[in-house]
Design a protein around this ligand. Structure first.
Ligand code: SF4
Length: 213
């Protein structure tokens, strides 16, 4: 087990180094300019592209610049605005629940606390980790669909369960790399390691990726 873990740690180091070189500007692909703005975008991002989320959220915030105005709005009006992101009913409930938490319980501040954030329906571990990592720099791993897929292919994990993948990443990447490895995984998954037809011949990990050796 110890020997296996040190092998996977070595694999993690090679992975991080190669991806950092390939994607030196890797960062969160959701636009945001304040904590609650990122949280709302995170809620809207379920099963939706970041590009669509960024457009729709900009529209929402142009009409409602603060959380109080969202909390007090008719849900049907909010639903009409965020409809392009899909899953309209559940996302409307989440957006309004988040806005109410902000104004009624959190004194207008987004908490640096994964468990508190997960009290909002629609905010799961992935989004809560994204928020605390991006806003507060709290070490946290965001396991999205790209991260889950590429980590299994590379050989960092054998699981497809996001909670287990998160733990496996935390075991072999140093804490200071947890936020960045999430972003790098997304870049890898979009550019080379796509779900249907990975471009292994061009991928910077091809010489050591488990799927390719
Ligand atoms: S070598 Fe292929 S399977 Fe491995 S990470 Fe790169 S694209 Fe994905």
């Amino acid at each position: 087990m110890g020997a296996d873990n040190s092998k996977i740690k070595a694999l993690a180091k090679k992975t991080f180094d190669a991806l950092s070189t390939e994607f030196p500007d890797s960062t969160c692909s959701l636009d945001y300019d304040c904590p609650h703005n990122l949280a709302i975008r995170g809620i809207l991002s379920a099963q939706c592209t970041d590009k669509r989320v960024n457009i729709t959220a900009a529209d929402l915030f142009a009409r409602y610049p603060d959380m109080k105005s969202i909390a007090n709005e008719d849900p049907a009006v909010i639903a009409g605005i965020i409809k392009p992101c899909g899953l309209t009913a559940s996302k409307t409930r989440s957006v309004i629940a988040f806005a109410k938490k902000m104004t009624e319980e959190w004194n207008g501040s987004v908490p640096n606390d994964v468990d508190l954030l997960m009290e909002v329906p629609g905010i799961g571990r992935k989004i809560a980790n994204l928020i605390v990592g991006e806003i507060y720099g709290t070490p946290a791993v965001v396991v999205d669909t790209h991260c889950k897929r590429v980590m299994k292919r590379i050989g960092i994990t054998e699981s497809t369960d996001p909670a287990k993948v998160e733990k496996d990443i935390m075991k072999v990447f140093p804490e200071e790399q947890w936020i960045k490895i999430g972003h790098l995984s997304v870049d890898l998954g979009r550019k080379y390691c796509t779900a249907k037809s990975p471009d292994c011949s061009e991928c910077p990990l091809v010489s050591f990726c488990k799927r390719r050796i």
